[in-house]
Design a protein around this ligand. Structure first.
Ligand code: ASP
Length: 331
């Protein structure tokens, strides 16, 4: 029996590894500038309770997280977790697309071992940088027996949330990640991890049917944001570039403008799958008679960026609209 769990930290960049020109620079800095080794130098005492291994997989701004990098990261995490010596994984990531990577991993990781994703909103060089504590707390959570089997966990600002629900909701404040309707699933206080719930009701990790090893490339799926005066040209452009699906971030959650509707109907005729999501931060887009008539799929409680992640994966296994609707209910 090992006395301390072995945690592999996989670094991908972001503000947690960002560098600015001075300690008061908290905007306009460069994300992905500091190495994981440098970050660990200012994250104390991890060796008191864990054996740390590191891998610097990328060092990028998370807006440059492509679907190719996402596939590479997921395959790497799965391989890492197969190693019997590794007890859990912590991923450092930029916050802009953290929720998308987290949800993708939540759907494709084939392990009960803890997978925790952390980031920060202040660069590593800033006064009161939040990265070291978030990383420390992330490792604490990954060492917890109770973190097993919960899917991918997002840890920032002393909170633990599920990758299914956590989203970035503020541009620069340290409490930027929230799950407004569903809440957090735990908290870290004085280095102690407290879990409020056993698990979430949606399927993930070992219960998910998505197998990243069979995926060579993810399909093109853009998000189109509705607004006053919405037209059809973005739908036409999406079809032209060969999109296999489109996420419509509707203005209210249900209706779509007549102009946009025409573009959508033509896209449907070309076999493009349409998901009705919402640009609002909370609420459920449930299935209505309109979806039956127009052949849409309701995005349920996923925000547009998470709906895109699920649709990309769904399209690797089926084009059947009923089956895809079922995925949106269960994942
Ligand atoms: N642009 C940065 C990134 O996503 C922002 C951050 O990490 O907070 O990499």
């Amino acid at each position: 029996m090992k006395s301390k769990p072995t945690i592999k930290i996989i670094a991908t960049g972001g503000t947690i590894a960002g560098a600015g020109s001075s300690s008061t620079t908290t905007t306009g800095y460069k994300p992905g500038a500091v190495s994981i080794e440098e970050l660990l130098e200012v994250t104390p005492n991890l060796s008191d309770f864990s054996n740390i291994e590191v891998e610097q997989l990328f060092n990028i701004d998370s807006v440059d997280m492509t679907t190719e990098r996402l596939l590479a990261l997921s395959k790497y995490v799965n391989e890492t977790l197969l190693d019997e010596e590794v007890d859990g994984v912590v991923i450092t990531h930029g916050t802009d697309t953290l929720e998308e990577t987290a949800y993708f991993l939540h759907l494709v990781i084939k392990s009960h071992k803890p997978v925790v994703i952390v980031g920060s909103v202040r660069p590593a060089t800033a006064i009161s940088a939040d990265g070291p504590l978030n990383l420390y707390n992330g490792v604490k959570v990954a060492c917890e027996r109770q973190a097993h089997g919960k899917g991918v966990l997002v840890v920032l600002n002393d909170r633990v949330g599920s990758a299914r629900y956590m989203a970035k909701m503020a541009t620069t404040t340290v409490d930027s990640f929230r799950a407004l309707e569903q809440g957090y699933i735990g908290a870290i206080v004085g280095g102690e991890v407290h879990f409020y719930y056993k698990d979430i009701t949606k399927l993930h990790t070992m219960d998910s049917i998505f197998d990243v090893n069979t995926i060579v490339q993810l399909p093109e799926v853009p998000i189109i944001y509705s607004h006053l005066g919405d037209g059809r040209f973005l739908y036409d452009a999406a079809v032209q570039v060969g999109s296999k699906g489109i996420i419509v971030a509707t203005a209210g959650g249900y209706t779509i403008s007549k102009q946009a509707e025409q573009g959508i109907q033509d896209a449907l005729k070309k076999g493009v799958v349409i998901i009705r999501s919402s640009r609002l931060s909370t609420g459920i887009v449930s299935r209505t008679s309109m979806d039956n008539q127009q052949h849409y799929i309701a995005g349920e409680s996923l925000n547009p960026q998470k709906a895109r992640i699920l649709l990309m994966l769904a399209l690797t296994v089926t084009n059947d609209k009923d089956e895809i609707q079922q995925f949106f209910r269960t994942y």
